[in-house]
Write a protein that binds this ligand. Structure first.
Ligand code: ADP
Ligand code: MG
Length: 253
């Protein structure tokens, strides 16, 4: 089947999001197809987090249309519930529940929101811990883990509901440099396994290796987009060129 005839897993059409007088997102169109990874790059304040947060209705968009797994977010509670069930999200700051073990962090949503039995949820959680390289960590509490380990638990938790798409908002920005590659490695494995992903990141090497498409945002707009790493290799817009060169030089700060 050709790309054009497929239905995207995630589609944004003319999405606008305002915070009072601030128009954070000014009309964004995106399409992500099954098993593809989209990377979103851009300077701070360009609207990347807001876009990704509208996709699972952590922010309600003001204009435009968002469809996830065939469900259109129309402001109704039922559409929000259905879409959240299709989406796994990983944040910069892990956001694990501190008073719960790793196992309970991972099994909470499937048990509470999907009616999965404890036995089945725990068996799946153990598989996911193996996948993220944390065999034997199930009884630990988040405070007993490094940042990189916490983020890998957060990825396992995101996968636990068997989502249609995984959203990552700068998943390695809060990590010590020496564990960044552990987390990126897990994400690379997921992409190779065919998990559909949207990743906000400043890790250009990762984006070049893993992304099927890369989107550059600035000022609440998609300025430029490209297939594979073409946007990184051959940026067309002056703002994209300036942003990429600022990132490259910041590696040597
Ligand atoms: P990025 O993730 O690219 O750094 P954001 O999506 O966080 O950008 O922010 C885009 C713009 O929206 C910024 O001007 C930011 O200050 C503003 N913004 C984001 N969240 C809020 C909020 N909850 N309330 C008010 N303004 C916000
Ligand atoms: Mg952000």
């Amino acid at each position: 089947m050709s790309e054009e005839s497929k239905v995207p897993v995630v589609r944004l059409n003319g999405v606008v999001k305002k915070f009072g007088p601030v128009v954070a997102v000014k009309g964004v169109d995106l399409e992500v197809f099954e098993s593809q990874t989209m990377a979103i790059i851009g300077p701070s304040g360009s609207g990347k987090s807001t876009v990704i947060r509208t996709i699972n209705a952590l922010e309600n968009h003001d204009e435009g249309e968002i469809t996830v797994g065939g469900v259109t977010l129309d402001g109704s509670k039922s559409s929000i519930r259905k879409v959240r069930n299709e989406v796994g999200m990983v944040f910069q700051q892990f956001n694990l529940f501190p008073y719960m073990t790793v196992l309970n962090n991972i099994t909470l949503a499937p048990r509470r929101n999907q009616g999965i039995s404890r036995q089945e949820a725990e068996a799946h959680a153990m598989e996911l811990l193996e996948k993220v390289g944390l065999n034997g960590f199930e009884a630990r509490y988040p405070s007993e883990l490094s940042g990189g380990q916490q983020q890998r638990v957060a990825i396992a938790r995101g996968l636990a509901t068997r989502p249609t798409v995984m959203l990552f908002d700068e998943p390695t920005s809060a990590l010590d440099p020496e564990v960044v590659q552990d987390v990126l490695g897990v994400m690379k494995d997921l992409a190779n396994d065919g998990v559909t992903m949207i990743v906000v990141t400043h890790e250009l090497t990762f984006a070049a290796q893993v992304a099927d498409s890369i989107v550059f945002m600035d000022g609440g707009l998609v300025v430029e987009r490209g297939a594979g790493a073409s946007l990184l290799r051959n940026p067309q817009h002056e703002r994209t060129i300036r942003f990429l060169s600022s990132l490259k030089s910041s590696h040597f700060d």
